[in-house]
Design a protein. Structure first.
Length: 252
C-alpha cells in the first residue's frame, strides 16, 4: 500500500472527490484512474496480483497532484472487499465514486468450459461488483455518489468463444439496472460497455476488427475512460444506462 500524508486544506477549499477503482493497476482500470485524477479526484485503486504495476500507477497519479493509494484486494472475497472499503473511508473520509473495473476474460469453446472457469468468471465479473457496491453503498449514499460498472459489448452480443464471459457481463448489465432502481435517489448507477479495445501494436486480429468497425479503428483505453468520466461528472439524474463504447461495432 502506498499512503501519503494528507495535506491540510484551506477553510474555503472545496473538498476533493474520491474515486475507488477496482483493477485500477493496469489496462482500462489504470487509464480510468489517471483520467479521474486529471479531473481533480483523489484515487484509490485495488489490485490482486499486479503489485508493481499498482505502485507505478499510484506514482503517476500523485505526479498529477492527486492523492492516491493502492490496496491489494480480491473482489471475490467478502472480507477482503469489506476491509478495503473501510481503509478507503478511513484514509479519505469519504467515497464519491466506485468504478467496478476488475474482470477476467478467457477464450474457451462453450462445450469445453469447466465449472471452475465458469465460477471464476462469474465470481469476478458479477459477484465482485455486487460485493463492492453493497459494501460501498452507505458511504456513497452519504456523498450522493455514483457507481460506474465496466460491462462489455459481449454482454449484449453473443460471442461463441466467450460464453461464460458474455453471460457474466450480461448479468452485470442487469445488476446495473437493478442497483439503479434500488439505490435511487441517492446514488446513480451506470455502465460502460466497451467493444474491441486494443492494446499494443496492431496485429492481424486488431486490423480485422478495425476494418469491420464503422469508425474504422479500434477502441482505446482512453475512449472507455472518457465514457466513465462522463458518468462520473455528468448529471446525477442519469442512471440505469448502459453506454456501448465500440465505434459502432455492435451494429455490424
Amino acid at each position: 500500500m502506498s499512503v501519503q500524508p494528507m495535506q491540510p486544506e484551506s477553510s474555503d477549499a472545496k473538498p476533493r472527490r474520491v474515486a475507488l477503482i477496482t483493477g485500477g493497476a493496469i489496462r482500462i482500470g489504470r487509464e480510468v484512474a489517471l483520467t479521474l485524477a486529471r479531473a481533480g479526484m483523489d484515487i484509490a485503486i485495488t489490485y490482486r496480483g499486479s503489485a508493481d504495476e499498482a505502485h507505478h500507477t499510484v506514482e503517476e497519479i500523485e505526479s498529477l497532484g492527486a492523492q492516491a493509494i493502492a490496496l491489494q484486494m480480491d473482489v471475490r472475497e467478502e472480507a477482503s472487499v469489506r476491509d478495503t472499503v473501510a481503509v478507503v473511508e478511513e484514509r479519505f473520509g469519504t467515497l464519491d465514486l466506485l468504478v467496478n473495473s476488475a474482470a477476467v476474460f478467457q477464450s474457451v469453446a462453450l462445450d469445453t468450459i469447466s465449472v471452475e472457469q465458469w465460477d471464476e468468471t462469474f465470481d469476478t465479473n458479477a459477484r465482485g461488483p455486487f460485493l463492492m457496491s453493497r459494501e460501498a453503498l452507505p458511504y456513497l449514499k452519504a456523498a450522493q455518489g455514483r457507481i460506474v460498472n465496466l460491462g462489455s459489448l459481449g454482454g449484449i452480443n453473443p460471442w461463441a468463444e466467450h460464453a461464460h464471459y458474455c453471460a457474466s457481463k450480461a448479468a452485470l448489465h442487469m445488476l446495473t439496472q437493478t442497483m439503479a432502481k434500488a439505490f435511487a435517489p441517492d446514488v446513480s448507477v451506470n455502465c460502460v460497455a466497451p467493444g474491441y479495445i486494443h492494446f499494443g501494436e496492431p496485429d492481424k486480429v486488431s486490423e480485422r476488427f478495425a476494418a469491420k468497425t464503422p469508425m474504422k479503428r479500434n477502441g482505446s483505453a482512453n475512449d472507455v475512460a472518457q465514457a466513465v468520466l462522463f458518468f462520473a461528472t455528468g448529471p446525477h439524474f442519469i442512471t440505469g444506462q448502459i453506454m456501448t463504447v465500440d465505434g459502432g461495432l455492435g451494429l455490424t
